[in-house]
Design a protein around this ligand. Sequence first.
Ligand code: ADP
Length: 277
Amino acid sequence: GRVPRALLEVDRLERQFDGLKAVDGISFTVAPREVVSIIGPNGSGKTTTLNLVTGTIPPHGGRITLDGVRIDTADAARIAEFGVARTFQNGRAFATLSVADNVEVGMHSTLRASRPFRSLAHLFLLRWVALLGELFIAIIGTPASRRERALIDATVAAEIRRFEDRLGPRRDDPAYSLSYANRRRTEIARALAVRPKLLVLDEPTAGMNPSETAEVLEQLLDLKAEGQAILLVEHKLDLVMSVSDRVIVMDGGRIIAQGRPEVVRHDPVVVEAYLGR
Ligand code: ADP
């Protein structure tokens, strides 16, 4: 029979920094509906891998395909359009925008009505200037059709509802006034608002206490139940083991083991390189 195609296919991916092989020819896949986690010691290349998959930085070798389309040659904005949304390790909510506007901002990169404006923004060459341009557009209000406006509002509401207890009462408050955990929730809601094929999360529980971490785990399990494909970097092993279909272990820019969580957890190579330290 036909082998079902992976959603994300990473093939012999490479990236160096001043001769240091941060990512040294790694290959892995994420299937539709699959939750895959990358673990490994500090400096093993996890964040660099996410940066390469999302186009934050370009690779020096190898190829990446999403749904059969090559994305390793595209920039971050194009990759987002293809259906990859991410959050960052340190959180990147726009401080002066409200929760609702922060969630909405992400959607403007994928909506058709905003396309002429987006191309305009892209004329500004620099990614950050383009981002600022999009923000400006988001603030002055894209002249989206009424239907699109309704779609935006409904999606924003739905994603805030996901974190209702936490974000519901704060939806009109500026991000700077939120707790750290709520800023991170806002960021996840923003990534989800574009209905990504692949959600990429870089340490979503970093800086969170155990109860906040448990809450994120619940939300990840909900997303998994909804069939959301997720590529996750996370230090908290209990969370990784609870949510992942597959775990990839990196060390020194290479994949030293991968497999089902319960298998990886007891792999002597993994215990030596990671869990034992
Ligand atoms: P991890 O996420 O597993 O902690 P990283 O992907 O952040 O690891 O880093 C992998 C290696 O690449 C480290 O040695 C790190 O110092 C190096 N590195 C990462 N980003 C850069 C950069 N922008 N410039 C120089 N070196 C970098």
